[in-house]
Each structure stands twice: as C-alpha cells, then as structure tokens.
Design a protein around this ligand. Structure first.
Ligand code: PLP
Length: 380
C-alpha cells in the first residue's frame, strides 16, 4: 500500500458495537474490569486509550516502524525518552539547528539531573566522528532540515557513525514529515515528531510521537508515559488521526507553494539570500534530493533590511499571520531574531548565521498566487 492510501485507511477502525465507521472519541479516564485484574487491556487513560492505539498504529505505518507511542506534546515525548533511557553522567550530542525548546529542555531542566548536552556543527562526517571520539556521547540527536536555516544533514552518513560507536541515534522528523523522509529506513534508531505541526496540520492541537523498531524502547516509552504522566487526551489524538488522513494532499500543496515562494523570493531585488533545500543553489540540495522525496513548505529568506524595516515588512503582510509554530494549512511568518531565537546573545546568533533580516515562512496550502501577491505588496 502506498503512503496516501495508508494515511487514509490505517486510522479507520469501525466501532464494533454500533458500526460507526469513524472512530469514536473514547473520552474516559477509566475502563470497566469484569473481575479484578480482568479487563479489555485498557485500565486507565494515562496508561492507554483506544484513540492512542489507533493513532500509534497509523503513525508507525507511515514511518515504516514496528512501534509508536503518542504523547501530550513533542517535548513531552522527549521528556519520556530521556527519563526512561538516560542516567546522570550520560551525554547527548546534539547537532546545531535543533528546535529551541529541545535545547532549553536539556540545558535548563535535565542538566540539573546530570544529563549533559553538547551541540556541534560538523562540516563533514570526519568532524562528527572526531566529536564522538572526544566527547563519548550516549546519543546523537539530529534535526534535518534544521531550524530556521533549513540546512540538510546526511542521515545515512550519521547513522554509520552512530552504528560504529554504538550511539543511540534520534532524528526529529517534524519539518520533513514521513511523507518526505523516513529516518528509520536510513539507519536512525528512533524518529521523533511534534504532531502539533504538519502531522496534525490545522494548528488546533498539541501532540508528540516517537517511533522505533526496538520493542524494549516501545516498552520503556509506554512505561514513561504512564509514570511521568505525559499522555495526550483522547480528543487530541482523535484530532491528530483526522489530520493525518489529509497529510499526503496537504504536503503536496505545501511543497508546490514552498517552491513557488522560494523562486519568487530568489528573484526579488530586496532579497539577499533564500534558504530552501529545493533550490539548486542550496549548498545541500544534493543530499536533500538523495534522502527526501520533496523539499517541503518551510522557506527562510534574508532581506536587505534593518530590524525596524523587517518588522515593518512583516506587519505589512495580510495572509501570512505573525506567529510561532508551523505546518498548519494557513501560512505563518516568524522573525527568529525577535521571536524564537531572541534569548540567544547577538554574537552567538551571528555565528549561527541568523541575521536581523532573516524571516521564516511556513507556507500554507492557500493559492500560491495570492501568497506571492501578499509578499510582493509587503515588500514594495
Ligand atoms: C514544535 C517542535 C517541537 C516541540 O514540539 P511541541 O509539540 O511544541 O512540544 C520539537 N521539534 C520541532 C522541530 C518542532 O517544530
């Protein structure tokens, strides 16, 4: 079965008592037991719920994984993973360009419990290997495409290093989605998603998920969800399940619009540089073509603007709403320097390549000509 078919059909499980074709929402905290210790397999929703099970089998299928566990949020999922497999003294090697909240969770929370976090930007696989030899991490944590510069790292090459040094290799696949990229097929041990973004797709729910082929990891994640209490609500998992049914058609349109916006910006005199892996001028275009089935709907661009001019440009747009987050059907715009990356000192930001005039677009599924008209008007 192909992706679009699985996305529609794997989330449908008719209700056995009424025949309702669409899965009911099991809004219950607890489940009846016929005799003490004898039940349906569900006991209490913190530990499990039919709506979780259905979304888990759907997401596992889409990532070509044996197992999935769903959580209250992307960061809730990471909390479950860290608390169930890492111990005081363990080191996580992160590749720069990770979601800001990931960085904050390690630095401001887990560090106090002795879990260490170091981030590097390896230019080559050799550089990555040197960092691994020097730092002796337990995990390798990668997000590709990166945020907000949309750099691409070679997942298969990283997986080789992870295998050689017996590291647990985690890939945050939120930006690409399983429609465009399957990290487990490229050698990752675990794929992680914020289902809040493209998977949910409508900016109306917060959720997270982790998929792997390791039964002992599945067991640990389920145990951590129950023990820590990072379960989603049945309604939220139902919403995400509904969202997934249109993931393929949405991603096609995000991708088409993203390409058109990137081309428009690349030809505009007020634009200094466009960051979009689909452009042949992108430094990692070849890797993107190798490991992804498309380039997605995230586009960043640097404008020849001061901070004030950038703010005026952003405020002049009507269709692109100024907001954090991404991956919804509606277009969003974000100014990393004053929003997502404001807490990073200016010198450090410059070193990371995040300039005052950098603007990130989450291109929605509207008609591309309307989006381009909106951008052109705001630019003029
Ligand atoms: C949003 C996001 C997260 C965190 O997910 P939440 O659902 O907001 O907790 C992690 N990684 C990436 C790439 C994200 O965009």
């Amino acid at each position: 079965m192909k992706f679009a078919t699985k996305a529609v059909h794997k989330g449908i499980q008719a209700d056995p008592t009424t025949g309702a074709l669409m899965t009911p929402i099991y809004m219950t905290s607890t489940f009846l037991q016929e005799a003490p210790g004898q039940g349906t397999g569900y006991e209490y929703t913190r530990a499990g719920n039919p709506n979780f099970t259905i979304l888990e089998s759907l997401l596992a299928t889409l990532e070509n994984a044996a197992h999935a566990t769903v959580f209250s949020s992307g960061l809730g999922a990471l909390t479950a993973l860290v608390t169930s497999v890492l111990s005081s003294g363990d080191l996580v090697l992160g590749i720069n360009g990770l979601y800001g909240g990931t960085f904050r969770l390690f630095h401001q929370m887990f560090q106090r419990f002795g879990v260490r976090f170091v981030s590097v930007t390896p230019k080559t696989v050799g550089e990555l290997e040197n960092s691994v030899k020097e730092l002796k991490p337990k995990w390798l944590l990668l997000e590709t495409p990166t945020n907000p510069l949309l750099e691409i790292f070679d997942i298969a090459a990283f997986a080789e290093v992870a295998k050689k040094y017996k590291l647990f290799f985690v890939v945050d696949n939120t930006f690409a989605t399983p429609y465009l990229q399957n990290p487990l097929d490229l050698g990752a041990d675990l794929v992680w998603h914020s289902t809040t973004k493209y998977i949910g797709g409508h900016s109306d729910v917060i959720g997270g998920a982790m998929m792997s082929n390791h039964p002992e990891i599945k067991q640990k994640l389920d145990f951590a969800r129950k023990s820590v209490g990072v379960n989603p609500s049945p309604f939220d998992t139902w919403l995400v399940t509904r969202g997934v049914k249109t993931l393929a058609v949405r991603m096609k349109q995000h991708e088409e619009n993203g390409g058109k916006i990137a081309d428009f910006l690349a030809s505009h005199p007020k634009v200094k540089k466009v960051h979009y892996p689909g452009l042949s001028s992108h430094p990692h275009h070849a890797i993107a073509k190798k490991q992804m089935r498309g380039f997605g709907g995230m586009v960043s661009a640097e404008f020849n603007f001061s901070i004030e001019e950038t703010k005026r440009f952003i405020a002049s747009m009507e269709l692109f709403a100024l907001a954090e987050s991404l991956g919804g059907v509606e277009s969003l715009v974000c100014h990393p320097v004053t929003m997502t990356h404001a807490s990073i000192p200016p010198d450090e930001r410059k070193r990371m390549g995040i300039s005052d005039g950098l603007v990130r677009f989450s291109v929605g599924i509207e008609d591309a000509s309307d989006l381009i008209y909106d951008l052109a008007k705001a630019l003029s």
